[in-house]
Design a protein around this ligand. Sequence first.
Ligand code: ASP
Ligand code: ASP
Length: 351
Amino acid sequence: MTDNLQLNAEGKLKHFLTIEGLSKSLLTEILDTAESFAGMSEHQVKKVPLLRGKTIVNLFFENSTRTRTTFELAATRLSADVINMNIATSATSKGESLLDTIRNLEAMFVDMFVVRHAISGAAHFIAQQTAPHISVINAGDGQHAHPTQAMLDMFTIRQLKPDFSSLRVAIIGDILHSRVARSEIQALNTLGAAEVRVIAPKTLLPAHVESLGVSVSHNLTEGLKDIDVVMMLRLQKERMSSALLPSESEYFKCFGLTEEKLKIAKPDAIVMHPGPINRGVEIDSKVADGPQSVILKQVSNGIAVRMAVMAMAMQATAPAPGRFAAVHADRHADSLPASGIHTILGDKGVA
Ligand code: ASP
Ligand code: ASP
């Protein structure tokens, strides 16, 4: 799915639905903007007024702790008002269609939807249907995409290994069911990584996986050679419809990351995982908690990257039309000066 739907007439990011079709310069702009926000969390004053007066609805149709919480923190730190919709106990479970839910929320003057849904394409659907002044951020749709996860991982990699052109990255595990893997592969290729290698049993790889721009290995010991970044994936048991694996212990024996196997990668390789981790299934605790692991750094970076994406998307979205235009225009002017995000943050960010 290539998406001009994501960009406004000036080519700015209006919705963030997928990495596919976005340019290297736009991905770099997200990373640079996130960098301005990154120091904030450690600061005494954790807020900036960029999205003051904006209302953001976290529409989570599927469970999440990390993703929802970091989106909420990001929105709060931009001074937006945030509403978390508990979908399991709300309208759609009473038979209201997704579109009706959206229309009702629009009628409450919402400015942005952050959407997590088990069906691939759900966020695109909402972006196509919703009013033009509303921005949509995909927080994970089915097996399709999880673009903010990919960007927070790119941000984490860039902090530690700034030259993408010399990077060899291995993505290990359940590629078949992973929206994270798809978005990571697109982001790494767009940013010019030297190699993206997927390592998995045949049953957990999509057909024609090479066409995504990766090299393939079915053997962890061989596949980890020369690798700078080791990205582990969770076994997505809830998305497996048939027995694709002999057993978890068998899987761990062949594809689980242990200290011993990690030694095959470059000595300064970093270990990543999007969470939640299955200790002893895809990763040994000694590695997950070890010195090469950046798993908790990824979580922290999620806040800055989500702030960046939300601020950029709101800036690229037109003020609401109609009889409320004055109110929205005022709020827009008040919260987002024409000169943009960097004016508020200053050249050095807020750190
Ligand atoms: N799948 C969820 C995520 O995106 C799991 C979690 O939130 O803990 O992070
Ligand atoms: N949290 C990520 C996701 O929602 C990864 C995972 O759940 O395994 O896709």
